[in-house]
Design a protein. Structure first.
Length: 184
């Protein structure tokens, strides 16, 4: 597990490390991971929940009550439910997305996997995801979990962040390079 300059260097990373340590000690890494996946989906699916997390004007008490209600509604495990309470009491609810990403990296590292962020202009189908995982597995030397995002602004192609490497094969970047080359 990274201890310096990596995940733990950020505020969200410290929270994720604490959550991961607790989950590991209680042998609940997968349960917490599933709960965080449910929260990540809720952030995408519910504009109201995303606004609750991002708005600084929501009080800590109100956020705590909303998190408790959501935890019950989503059937989150007790560790994650309590963790949401800690985030709201400490005024760090806006770190939730970054905590989820950092936790996923810690869990993948614990399983001997690595994770890669993949950005495409359109969603990838299952065959494309499988082929990409295979290519990244051969490059990284171990299994790779993909965190996919869709960003139409890249126009086409793909951007992959694997560890400290960034592979940018997007149409937007290629057009920008061509424009720079034409300027001289």
């Amino acid at each position: 597990m990274e201890t310096s300059g990596g995940i733990r260097a950020s505020l969200a990373g410290r929270y994720a490390s604490a959550l991961f340590g607790l989950a590991r000690d209680q042998r609940q890494i997968d349960a917490v991971g599933r709960s965080l996946d449910a929260l990540a989906s809720a952030l995408v699916d519910s504009r109201e929940f995303a606004e609750l997390v991002e708005r600084p004007v929501v009080s800590r008490t109100e956020a705590g009550k909303a998190f408790a209600g959501l935890a019950a509604q989503l059937g989150l495990d007790p560790i994650t439910s309590n963790f949401l309470g800690v985030l709201s009491r400490n005024g760090r609810k806006n770190e939730l997305r970054a905590v989820i990403r950092a936790y996923r990296r810690l869990a993948a590292d614990h399983r001997g996997e690595t994770s890669a962020e993949v950005i495409t202009a359109r969603p990838l189908n299952d065959d494309q995801v499988g082929a990409l995982k295979q290519q990244l597995r051969s490059r990284a030397g171990r299994d790779v979990n993909l965190e996919t995002q869709v960003d139409p602004q890249i126009l086409g192609g793909i951007v992959v962040k694997l560890g400290s490497q960034r592979i940018d094969a997007s149409i937007r970047t290629k057009l920008n390079r061509l424009a720079q080359a034409m300027k001289g």
